[in-house]
Design a protein. Structure first.
Length: 189
């Protein structure tokens, strides 16, 4: 994915440093104004301690008052009583890919918030078919839980909640609220 991102950013005026590292221990050589964690990337942080270490790392690399945007699945679409099912499809250069999430009817553990989630990737590469099955552990956060852990970290405060990538969509239960987006502001040191 990093190679694809580099390729797609060629010729872009923005200066981007691509880093592949552990979310709880990464280091970069500078401080930045904003960091972004997209597509439920935070769900791999399975323990409170993992999230605390991650928030500490992000804060170390943000300027005072810097922003950290965390994009998660809306709690209505992934909860203890209903994990949800998701399918993504795409095609590029004649290669078609379908990814199906939740193939094993996962259940979220009510104590840990962690689910064992089956995923199937179906690839049609110019008539050559492949099916890849995998199971991953992921943690589903509620807004309340995320808020409490952010406050506990001491590094950030919640600046705003959004339900989509527009400034005028609050996090609520309306159909227009499609994501749970927390905008965090780094506390001064």
């Amino acid at each position: 994915m990093i190679d694809l991102a580099r390729e797609m950013s060629t010729g872009n005026a923005a200066q981007v440093e691509w880093v592949v590292d552990d979310m709880t221990t990464f280091t970069i050589d500078t401080q930045v104004d904003m960091a972004i964690c997209m597509f439920d990337g935070i769900d791999v942080l399975l323990t409170d301690r993992d999230l605390e270490h991650h928030l500490d790392r992000v804060a170390r690399h943000l300027v005072d008052g810097g922003l950290y945007l965390v994009d998660c699945t809306h709690p209505r679409d992934c909860s203890i009583t209903h994990y949800g099912d998701y399918t993504y499809r795409g095609e590029r250069d004649g290669v078609e890919v379908e990814i199906v999430w939740g193939t094993n009817n996962p259940r979220i553990d009510p104590v840990t918030g962690i689910a064992e989630v089956g995923t199937r990737m179906i690839v049609d590469d110019h008539g050559d078919h492949h099916v890849i099955d995998d199971v991953a552990r992921e943690r589903c956060f509620t807004a309340q839980e995320l808020r409490l852990l952010v406050e506990k970290s001491g590094a950030f405060r919640i600046a705003e909640w959004y339900g989509d990538f527009t400034n005028d969509q609050p996090l609520d239960n309306s159909p227009q609220s499609k994501r749970m987006i927390a905008l965090l502001r780094r506390n001064p040191v």
